[in-house]
Design a protein around this ligand. Structure first.
Ligand code: CMP
Length: 143
């Protein structure tokens, strides 16, 4: 068993009909989907999820964006999941993202950047628990 990371296909990804293409890139890169759902975040849930950024000037617009439509949180597993996923998605700012990364291909800006990835193992565990009760992660998967 590898370790885990949380991806969120953000509302811009859903609006642009890119869910399938992005999930294909994720699974082709060797990640296993452990849990997944489509959900619309409440303001309180988005503020809680992005709590570490609450003093930043972009906080309110980030929360507006993340609550603007449905998103798709996905718990992923792979060896070296956090680092490998961040490599697959590329830099937060798509203009700085490496060729072939998901953000280079699809993202418009630092805000409308298609996908979230956890930045550490510790945050991955917290973020996965934010969306998926332990029971759901265990029951949906048999290997
Ligand atoms: P994410 O990986 O979801 O975690 C924090 C988010 O804040 C980040 O992706 C960006 O979408 C957003 N963000 C970071 N910097 C900026 C910025 N300068 N302006 C707007 N949004 C930002």
């Amino acid at each position: 068993m590898g370790n885990r990371t949380l991806a969120i296909l953000k509302p811009d990804c859903v609006r642009k009909n890119l869910i399938g293409e992005v999930i294909t890139k994720i699974t082709e890169a060797g990640f296993k989907i452990k849990a997944m759902k489509m959900t619309r975040l409440s303001r309180a849930a988005a503020e809680g999820f992005y709590e570490v950024h609450k003093e930043r000037e972009f906080f309110n617009s980030l929360v507006d964006f993340m609550t603007s439509g449905p998103c798709v949180p996905i718990a992923l597993e792979k060896e070296n999941a956090v680092a490998d996923f961040r490599k697959l998605i590329g830099s937060t700012d798509p203009s700085e993202a490496a060729e072939g990364t998901i953000r280079k291909l699809f993202a418009e800006s630092k805000q409308f950047n298609i996908v979230h990835g956890s930045d550490s193992d510790e945050n991955a565990a917290i973020e996965i628990a934010h969306f998926f009760p332990r029971k759901e992660l265990l029951e949906n998967y048999n290997d």
